[in-house]
Ligand binder design. Structure first.
Ligand code: ING
Length: 299
């Protein structure tokens, strides 16, 4: 039995002019709340330190650099690292990363014992790079971020094997299979998902369904726990879905957010339960046929 309480800490809107220190105070409050519920791990959303800035067109680095962290941890975020260490609670955090050699990524880290022990950079970047004025909100991740260059790492944490992905990654089955083949037992992710998807508004009413469909399929088809935390609510005039949830390796949703505001949800995660799936229906060694999947590895 490798069980512990895990929390997803959903964030409500972050205003464009909300200081990072104020956001960090919210994150610390959510971490305390998770700790009071016995959580050993808490998952925060994608780009959790600022508003979802890719919704705006910005001309050059002078304009968009302020949205990025050039060090992690850094003085503004340090209180969260300190609280995690003091409460002995590990956490996943999404943020915009600018490297010392000037590269830009949509990044997530796992922090345990006050140290960064896992790092992932978003590979599936949705949206566009040019200013598409026909859209009420832009989605310029292809303008501000480079494709992640760390692959899909699986690392030790919380007594098992952990993995991460970010937002749009969850829609791609390859993401989940790479983590499953890597031996991940629990995958943590954050997302900023607009309710309105301008290229296909007829799908707007399906956003919550597509969120759960993607998470449940990934969890079940690879026998992994999935912990997903939304940045939710009406943020700078753009409605983002909530729907943070905790999914078991069976695909069952054990906990789901009820609001589109700051909200902590928890569930007991037993990493040993992955075997119920990975030793049966999805025993890769027994049943999977990679020799027949050639197209998957050709570009
Ligand atoms: N957001 C959205 C997501 O993949 C999107 C973009 C929304 C793509 C709806 C397709 C449909 O959840 C991010 N940040 O990837």
């Amino acid at each position: 039995d490798r069980s512990f309480i895990t929390a997803a800490a959903q964030l409500g809107p972050i205003a464009r002019n909300e200081p990072r220190a104020a956001v960090v105070a919210r994150l610390c409050g959510l971490m305390r709340c998770a700790h009071e519920q016995g959580a050993r791990v808490v998952v925060f959303p994608e780009l959790a330190l600022t508003t979802f800035f890719p919704r705006w067109f910005m001309e050059d680095a002078a304009e968009f650099d302020p949205w990025f962290e050039t060090a992690m941890p850094n003085p503004v975020v340090q209180p969260l690292f300190d609280l995690g260490r003091d409460l002995n609670i590990a956490f996943h955090l999404g943020y915009a990363e600018k490297t010392s050699d000037g590269r830009y990524f949509n990044t997530a880290i796992f922090v345990e014992g006050g140290q960064v022990t896992g790092k992932y950079r978003k590979i599936h970047l949705p949206g566009h790079a040019d200013h598409q004025t026909w859209r009420p909100c832009q989605h310029l991740e292809k303008r501000y971020f480079e494709k992640g260059d760390l692959g899909f790492p699986v690392f030790d944490g919380a007594g098992g094997k952990l993995g991460m992905c970010i937002c749009n990654d969850r829609r791609w089955p390859e993401t989940w299979r790479m983590l499953g083949l890597g031996g991940a037992e629990m995958v943590m992710l954050g997302y900023n998902t607009p309710l309105h998807y301008p290229p296909a508004p007829e799908h707007d009413h399906l956003q919550y369904f597509h969120n759960e469909l993607s998470l449940q399929a990934g969890a079940y088809q690879n026998g992994m726990w999935v912990i997903a935390a939304a940045k939710a609510g009406r943020e700078e005039g753009c409605d983002l879905i909530g729907g943070s949830c905790i999914v078991a390796p069976t695909g069952e949703i054990l906990a789901r957010a009820a609001t589109v505001a700051d909200e902590v949800i928890t569930a007991r995660v037993d990493l040993d339960r992955c075997a119920e799936i990975r030793r049966n229906v999805f025993d890769f060694a027994q049943h999977r046929q990679p020799g027949d999947y050639g197209l998957l590895t050709r570009t």
